[in-house]
Ligand binder design. Structure first.
Ligand SMILES: O=P(O)(O)OP(=O)(O)OP(=O)(O)OC[C@H]1O[C@@H](n2cnc3c(O)ncnc32)[C@H](O)[C@@H]1O
Ligand SMILES: [Mg+2]
Length: 201
């Protein structure tokens, strides 16, 4: 079975990529699945593209093979785009999903539902030794709820209500999230590369 390494240590993301690549008959391995310990790549960029490139290129260089990364986050209009590229570490030292969610809800306390518009963004980077890194972006529009709800997914899923739904992303099944998510839309844009390049590697 063909394999691709995903430069992530996020178990939620890794599970989603296993589903997406599984549909192509390709096995997606996260950094947690590799026999040797992989470094934490510092995300020093100020854009999703920069951080996605940093992660994919560092691990591609180490392994000397094609590596895909995902840099993603939640962009909230009423917060001038925050937490954005800082989504994973929004609540500071010792940040975790629950603390990040709490911080966002606190900052939006006095904002009415109509003004709680937001989007999830995912930028995928594919780094191949000796080739230009390629990028694909996807997004998913929605609103930020007033309370966390639901147990599925990860990160900000419990407070993100996708457009066209009355429940949060965390109340949807993994299968349903993977039909509508930012990551799915970015993966759709990678389809041609998967068919033409990855399948022939
Ligand atoms: O860098 P890697 O190892 O891939 O894992 P990470 O969790 O640090 O990933 P990012 O640097 O891309 O930060 C993205 C953060 O944005 C949030 N996020 C991204 N995609 C999400 C999704 O599908 N659902 C909920 N929150 C998401 C979540 O808080 C993530 O930790
Ligand atoms: Mg990260």
């Amino acid at each position: 079975m063909k394999e691709i390494v995903i430069a992530t240590k996020n178990k939620g993301k890794a599970a989603e990529f296993r589903d997406f690549f599984g549909a192509y008959g390709i096995k997606a391995l996260s950094l947690l699945d590799l026999p040797e310990e992989m470094p934490d790549v510092e995300e020093t960029g100020t854009t999703f593209e920069e951080n996605a490139a940093l992660k994919a290129e560092a691990i591609s260089k180490l392994l000397n093979k094609t590596v895909l990364s995902d840099d993603s986050g939640l962009v909230i209009d009423a917060l001038d785009g925050r937490p954005g590229v800082y989504s994973a570490r929004y609540s500071g030292e010792g940040a975790n999903d629950a603390k990040n969610v709490e911080k966002v809800l606190h900052e939006l306390e006095h904002i009415a539902y109509n003004n709680r518009t937001a989007r999830f963004v995912s930028v995928l980077a594919v780094a191949t030794p000796g080739k230009e890194t390629i990028f694909k972006e996807g997004s998913c529009e929605g609103h930020i709820s007033f309370q966390p709800q639901g147990k599925h997914g990860f990160g900000y899923d419990p407070i993100f209500v996708p457009d066209g739904y009355v429940v949060t992303m965390a109340q949807l099944s993994g299968t349903e999230k993977n039909r509508i998510s930012h990551r799915k839309h970015a993966m759709d844009r990678l389809n041609e590369w998967i068919q033409q390049e990855l399948q022939s590697l």
